[in-house]
Design a protein around this ligand. Structure first.
Ligand code: HEC
Length: 234
């Protein structure tokens, strides 16, 4: 009887010791990352509007991280699935309010992720994710401020592409041979009809963005209007 209690106590102690090791926050890593102070400043003192998870942050994860072979539900590299708020917040990769203690963010910030050979995130995208964490990493939705009457390629359309598409459609081997990181590449699919077909999920086209929800109605309208106007480089 006594023996079995001792075993039980030991088991509990060992269990907790392991737990603590596993869940210890990776403050060491935070120190070892070379941080550029301008960027860190901007992230730690987020000015301006609140970052919207649904329209600003999630599409970056979906386009650049939740790809097949990486962090989609099927591949879940390192046990990480980065395709929804619930999955992104699972585990301790994101510490609300503490971007520089958030392991997922540090991987992005240091440039370790996405791995070599993939399109790196832009500084603007990294800042967006960092500020969102700093602001509390909330699941903010339905916050899109989108104006379908005033838009240009450079301020609107290219931003939609960069947020939702260029994780796959850029670099040396862009998906489908379509590069949406340049005007020239975007113009091709705008003028041959495949862009509108794909984003409206029209029959006969591959629905885009691949593996993610449709773009917002407002973004789709902006793309349709831009294409209808002849896809100007404005
Ligand atoms: C996760 C990767 C991924 C993302 C994100 C993605 N695409 Fe694609 N896209 C692909 C792949 C792979 C193909 C080629 C295979 C196919 O047609 O399914 C493709 C094909 C296309 C095509 C050609 C479709 C056709 O039927 O000819 C268009 C246009 C396109 N994408 C536009 C977009 C736009 C616009 C976005 C962002 C709103 C986007 N894609 C986001 C992977 C992606």
């Amino acid at each position: 009887m006594k023996k079995s209690i001792l075993v039980l106590v030991l088991a509990v102690v060992v269990f907790y010791a392991c737990q603590r090791q596993v869940s210890k926050p990776s403050t060491q890593q935070a120190g070892s990352v070379a941080v550029s102070s301008d960027m860190e400043q901007a992230i730690n003192n987020p000015k301006g509007a609140t970052i919207c998870f649904e329209s600003d942050v999630l599409p970056i994860f979906q386009s650049s991280c939740a790809k097949s072979g990486c962090h989609d539900a099927k591949s879940h590299k390192e046990g990480l699935v980065l395709d929804s708020y619930k999955h992104i917040m699972q585990g301790e990769g994101i510490v609300p309010g503490q971007p520089f203690q958030s392991e997922i963010f540090l991987k992005i910030y240091s440039g370790e992720m996405p791995p070599k050979g993939n399109t790196p995130l832009t500084d603007a995208q990294i800042k967006t994710i960092g500020k969102w964490i700093k602001q509390g990493a909330q699941n903010t939705t339905n916050c899109a401020g989108c104006d379908t009457t005033q838009f240009t390629y450079s301020n609107t359309i290219s931003v939609i592409f960069q947020t939702n598409c260029t994780g796959c459609h850029s670099g040396k081997n862009p998906s489908g041979g379509i590069d949406l990181s340049t005007y020239a590449g975007a113009q091709v699919v705008a003028l041959n009809g495949r862009l509108v077909g794909a984003v409206t999920h029209a029959p006969g086209y591959s629905p885009m963005p691949q593996g993610a929800p449709m773009l917002s109605d407002c973004n789709i309208t902006e793309i349709e209007k831009w294409v209808a106007a002849g896809a100007p480089n404005n």
